[in-house]
Design a protein around this ligand. Structure first.
Ligand code: URA
Length: 198
């Protein structure tokens, strides 16, 4: 892990004001900062770690991760060439949705990761990261429901660099309903087109 990411991880591990801190310590669980190439062109941002992620410290290594791996393989993108993280870096109890104040607490850590990685494309996975990223980078007016917004690309500027935002459904939609895999793949294909031309 790069020194700058390690510094962020250490701060996260010591984030005692987090509502998830006590649970993490009690369960001997881990923060999940993210994984991949810190110089990646493509940054994927999910919601929050699940059980398996909190056990291993790795993002998207459980059931949703298997779907993500398959989607990446199907579009010919090697997972080691991208960076994968979440908005919230600790597991919410029983995998409940993160609350706005929890997203607000963890967002500055994500912002710092975006500054380090400086991706060309940010692919959000699910509505929480879509809403955070679009509001954070001046695209609030373009924001609709995840069903309306997903699969569309939006261009913004981050630290003087043009960055494309691509909201995607969360891979979890296909965990219990394999028929939704096709919708996910259609949107992921857009990412491939974009990556190939950058
Ligand atoms: N779901 C997420 O949003 N992130 C993970 O890391 C795993 C499941």
């Amino acid at each position: 892990m790069s020194a700058s990411m390690k510094k962020i991880l250490t701060e996260l591990e010591q984030l005692e004001i987090s509502p998830f801190y006590a649970d993490r310590i009690a369960n001997d669980a881990q923060c999940v900062i993210g994984e991949g190439d810190v110089n990646a062109d493509v940054l994927f941002i999910g919601e929050a770690p699940g059980k398996k992620e909190a056990e291993t410290g790795l993002p998207f290594c459980g059931a949703s991760g298997k779907i993500l791996d398959k989607l990446l393989a199907d579009i010919g993108l090697d997972r080691s060439t991208v960076y994968v993280t979440n908005v919230v870096k600790d597991r919410p109890p029983k995998n409940r949705d993160p609350k706005p104040e929890e997203i607000e607490l963890y967002a500055p850590f994500l912002d710092r990761q975006i500054d380090i990685i400086a991706p060309n494309v940010i692919a959000t996975l699910g509505r929480f990261s879509m809403e955070y990223i679009m509001k954070r980078y001046g695209l609030e007016e373009k924001l609709g429901t995840i069903t309306e917004t997903r699969g569309n690309t939006f261009v913004t500027e981050i630290n003087g660099k043009s960055v494309t935002i691509l909201p995607l459904f969360h891979p979890a939609v296909a965990v219990y309903n394999r028929t939704r895999y096709g919708e996910l793949l259609t949107d992921f294909e857009k990412l491939k087109e974009y990556v190939e031309t950058t």
